[in-house]
Design a protein around this ligand. Structure first.
Ligand code: SF4
Length: 226
């Protein structure tokens, strides 16, 4: 049950989960407004800006269905955004020689220049987060990962390339080292909650439901979850 301080009326006060949701919605509003400013500065729509950001992190380019899924939009919307970026000379199409029906999209040199600027759009939020102590930042990151994973499983978000759903993730296998209790088997290095990735180009998703659930339990049941 939610506890309340003397003088605060729990009847008139919205529940805690509502107020946290309200806070996140306000942050989303601020991000949307900022991305409009950043996008229009570069002559892009926010969707085009997100395509540029996604392609920047995709070493081998992305196909249209993967782009649409990552953006959480229809294939037609993703196709419109990619078409506009191609006309601006920021994205180019690569046809698979083995199967000419398959094509992927990559940034051009001009697109990579814009991507550097696009990456700075959320800087105002980073500055605000930097005012928190590192322990609070780490807790916030873990809480965000829990929310993102829940939304992903509920079908409200496209698959996220997070450590917590990666076959290379070995959570809490090094309990003797609290700051680096996990291992990334791809990189062969120990790391901690403070290093957890939300969008890793090397992620290999766990596809089996039971394995995904076991991996999650191994993560949240570990000593860093307390
Ligand atoms: S490959 Fe990437 S997503 Fe997977 S555990 Fe390593 S850092 Fe995390």
């Amino acid at each position: 049950m939610e506890s309340h301080a003397p003088g605060i009326d729990p009847v008139t006060q919205p529940p805690l989960d509502d107020r946290v949701g309200d806070g996140l919605a306000r942050l989303a509003d601020a991000l949307r407004s900022q991305s409009w400013k950043g996008a229009s500065k570069n002559g892009l729509t926010p969707t085009q800006g997100r395509v540029v950001a996604l392609l920047q992190n995709a070493r081998e380019g992305l196909r249209l269905p993967a782009l649409a899924s990552a953006l959480g939009v229809t294939a037609a919307t993703a196709s419109d955004a990619v078409g506009a970026l191609r006309r601006k000379g920021l994205v180019e199409k690569h046809v698979d020689e083995a199967d000419r029906r398959v094509a992927s999209f990559e940034l051009t040199d001009a697109g990579r220049m814009i991507a550097l600027d696009v990456a700075l759009w959320p800087a105002f939020l980073t500055e605000a987060i930097d005012t928190l102590p590192s322990t609070e930042q780490e807790s916030l990151l873990v809480s965000l990962i829990k929310i993102l994973r829940h939304l992903q499983r509920a079908g409200e978000l496209p698959p996220q390339r997070m450590c917590v759903s990666c076959t290379y993730f070995q959570p809490n296998v090094r309990p003797e080292d609290r700051r680096n209790s996990h291992v990334c088997a791809f990189l062969g290095t120990p790391f901690g909650n403070q290093h957890l990735r939300l969008d890793c180009a090397d992620q290999n998703p766990v596809t089996d439901d039971r394995e995904a659930s076991e991996l999650w339990q191994q993560f949240i049941g570990g000593p860093l979850e307390k």
